[in-house]
Design a protein around this ligand. Structure first.
Ligand code: FE2
Ligand code: FE2
Length: 168
């Protein structure tokens, strides 16, 4: 099922972000940056998959839900912006020569900012799973859905492999 395939990618992305946050919480900033970069590579790959394979199809069908393609695209842009902002803050923090207390306070500030990113992401993913993907699954022909699933799985495997090479 198309929904399950994308849902699985959402779960894998969440796991990468969780690893980043665990490292951040422990004050392991370099490690936190590495996981954040992995997350970014996969998040961008995931968005490209959606923009290339799903959004054009979604634009063609008769929607019954109120959100059109442009909303999903705008959310992608917003997620990318927020990510860049968080990544910049972490880069800045890594360069600071500060004491333990200052470090902890900066980490708290960063985690607060990440909460916004996580919240937006969760809403976006929920909308995709419950509206966009559901509608596509209902309205596209089985043969077409099968082709889409194949293309999406192949592309995602490449994205994940590029990250795994550097982590294992
Ligand atoms: Fe998306
Ligand atoms: Fe998604």
């Amino acid at each position: 099922m198309l929904v399950e395939i994308i849902q699985k990618q959402h779960i894998e992305l969440r796991e990468l972000f969780a690893r980043h946050q665990e490292a951040l919480l422990q004050g392991q900033l370099e490690n936190a940056r590495t996981w954040l970069e992995h997350y970014n590579v996969c998040q961008r790959g995931h968005m490209q998959i959606e923009e290339r394979y799903l959004f054009p199809e979604f634009a063609k069908i008769e929607r019954t839900t109120k959100w059109d393609c442009s909303l999903y695209e705008k959310e992608h842009d917003k997620i990318k912006q927020l990510y860049d902002n968080v990544a910049q803050d972490l880069d800045w923090l890594i360069e600071q020569e500060i004491n333990e207390s200052q470090l902890r306070r900066n980490i708290i500030a960063l985690l607060d900012k990440e909460k916004t990113l996580k919240g937006l992401n969760e809403h976006h993913e929920e909308r995709e799973e419950e509206a966009l993907l559901k509608e596509l699954s209902e309205q596209l022909e089985q043969r077409h859905l099968k082709e889409l699933r194949l293309d999406i799985n192949l592309t995602w495997a490449e994205v994940i492999a590029s990250v795994k090479e550097t982590t294992i």
